[in-house]
Design a protein around this ligand. Structure first.
Ligand code: S0N
Length: 289
């Protein structure tokens, strides 16, 4: 297998912070790239709050995911939380107001929903690297990632019904797809916590490793993806989304078809003919079976 496909290094990357414009430095997150691979790492950096997100955290996450999407050197994004106590403990309850989570502008928001969709539609794999708690809205975040690598100390669960909230979007529907209707109802109705081993058995995670091996394993998975065809991986993600996402999934998949078609001679002929002021000649393109 290795003779044909090669092997991947298990060396930990050197993470290089990506500088942000003056005055726009990230406060609640870290955005780094591997010095040697096409891996970006986005880290919620509020360990004193178990990496709970507030509106500022969420707007910074949105910016970082956009940067990773637009960076043609980046092929895989690792999403994680600072420290070993938590991946993310969900919305910051200290700033929860009457209409969502309140930031400096005093407006209540549920803008984490935008991040969920952003991860879902990002045309590159996003891997959740989970140590400690992934609970509440933090649990939904790991579920919307393409893959989850968990440390043995990881703890998973929804807390909403205990703290007077719920995520009836991806939080419920995606969970039912992952673990089935009965288990999803158990997780939401009882709001219990589950160990990494239990999560593994339920199909909530891809792999569980000792805490000290978490980053190494996640990087190996990232490198294995990176050596594969970016377009094939992109279309597989898009297809897996399309089958579940209705019009939005079709629109995403169709965007990929257009991207490929634009690059074809047939697609170029239409544009070239228009710019040259002549009728397009599509006669040389075969009507394939
Ligand atoms: C994570 C837990 C289990 C960790 O327990 P542990 O290790 O004993 O630590 P603590 O001492 O409890 O915590 C350390 C410090 O961190 C603070 N903290 C922890 N979590 C939060 C949080 N979510 N918000 C604010 N602060 C938090 C603690 O207060 C403590 O601070 P100090 O040291 O000052 O005392 C445990 O901490 C825990 O259970 N946390 C709460 C988990 C939770 O209920 N999260 C919120 C669930 N709801 C959401 O996430 C909302 C999601 C959402 O935005 C949404 C989006 C769309 C649609 C619907 C929703 C929706 O509302 O659900």
């Amino acid at each position: 297998y290795e003779r044909v496909h090669g092997s991947v290094s298990r060396d930990l990357p050197t993470w290089v912070p990506v500088p942000q414009p003056a005055g726009q430095e990230f406060q609640d997150i870290l955005y780094e790239k591997s010095a040697t691979d096409g891996i970006a790492k986005i880290t919620i950096n509020r360990p004193e709050r178990r990496n709970a997100f507030r509106p500022l955290t969420v707007s910074e996450l949105r910016r970082a995911f956009d940067l990773a999407r637009d960076d043609t050197q980046v092929g895989v994004i690792i999403f994680t939380g600072k420290g070993t106590e938590a991946f993310c403990s969900g919305g910051d309850q200290a700033v929860r107001g009457k209409h969502g989570y309140v930031g400096d502008d005093n407006i209540g928001r549920l803008n984490i929903l935008d991040v969920q969709i952003q991860i879902r539609r990002l045309p590159k794999p996003v891997i959740a690297m989970v140590a400690g708690y992934a609970v509440g809205g933090g649990h939904v975040l790991h579920m919307v990632c393409d893959l989850t690598i968990a440390a043995e100390n990881a703890v998973f669960g929804q807390t909403g019904p205990k703290v007077g909230s719920f995520d009836a979007g991806y939080g419920c529907s995606m969970m039912a797809r992952l673990v089935g209707q009965k288990k999803a109802r158990e997780m939401w109705f009882l709001a219990r916590f589950y160990s990494a081993e239990e999560a593994d058995k339920m199909g909530l995670v891809n792999k569980v490793v000792p805490l000290e091996k978490l980053e190494e394993e996640t990087v190996v998975w990232s490198r294995e993806i990176l050596r594969n065809s970016p377009m094939a991986v992109r279309l597989c993600k898009s297809s897996l989304n399309a089958v579940e996402d209705g019009h939005a999934g079709l629109q995403e998949f169709a965007g990929n078809a257009t991207l490929l078609f634009y690059n074809s001679e047939e697609g170029q002929e239409g544009k070239t003919a228009f710019l040259e002021g002549r009728p397009p000649d599509f006669s040389r393109f075969p009507r394939l079976p």
